[in-house]
Structures are given as structure tokens and as C-alpha cells.
Design a protein around this ligand. Structure first.
Ligand code: ZN
Length: 118
């Protein structure tokens, strides 16, 4: 899965940054800065390459913090167990379904509706 450079949730744009040194120093694989709309991830931890599946899972974990923050679910924003479960479910949905070409398909559906065919 390609992790985007930024992600838009409602009217908020969350920037995704990469910092191996910071993550190793802090002992984390990722971190959310809710006030500055930033998710920090790393490719390497303590000099070792992190498997892509782990990066994906970390990304969705951090994204779940933002979803709860934006939904103003204060108690859930910092509930690591809840956030981790939500992140795992979201990651699983994204990895096990084909979202590619959805926009092109939407265009075709609209075009068909206009011409009266279904
Ligand atoms: Zn967390």
C-alpha cells in the first residue's frame, strides 16, 4: 500500500512525514501531532527496515487518533486499545478490497444514467 503524502479528513488536511531518527529516539513507529495535523512515520527503526505491513498498520493507527479527534470523541482519542483496533480494521478493509478505479467507474455510471442505459 502506498502511504499518501497527505490525507484529507472532512476539512482537515493531515500531512504525513517520515523521520527514522526521531522514531528511534522516542521508541515509537509513528506519532500523531493532533494540533499540527501531522502524522510522523518511519521506514527504519534502530537501523532496521520496518516491514511494509507494519508501516500500514501504524499509519491506520495514527489515522484513527485523528478520526476520533475530528469526531470530538475525547475519551477515545487517547484510548490506545480502541485506536489500535479501529486502525487494524480500517487497514484490513483497505488491503482486502479493490478501491482502484472507483472514480473512473463513477464517471461511467453517471454517463450511463445520462444516456438512459443501465
Ligand atoms: Zn497511538
Amino acid at each position: 500500500m502506498r502511504i499518501p503524502d497527505r490525507i484529507k479528513i472532512l476539512d482537515q488536511i493531515i500531512k504525513i512525514t517520515w523521520n527514522d531518527r526521531y522514531c528511534t529516539k522516542e521508541g515509537v513507529l509513528g506519532q500523531s501531532n493532533l494540533s499540527f495535523n501531522e502524522i510522523m512515520l518511519c521506514h527504519k527503526y534502530d537501523g532496521r527496515e520496518i516491514p511494509q505491513e507494519k508501516i500500514n498498520q501504524t499509519f491506520f493507527h495514527e489515522l484513527s487518533h485523528f478520526i476520533m479527534y475530528i469526531m470530538r470523541r475525547e475519551k477515545l482519542v487517547h484510548d490506545e486499545t480502541f485506536v489500535d483496533n479501529l486502525g487494524t480494521v480500517l487497514c484490513n478493509i483497505m488491503l482486502n478490497n479493490d478501491f482502484k478505479g472507483e472514480k473512473e467507474n463513477e464517471g461511467k455510471i453517471k454517463a450511463k444514467r445520462k444516456t438512459g442505459t443501465r
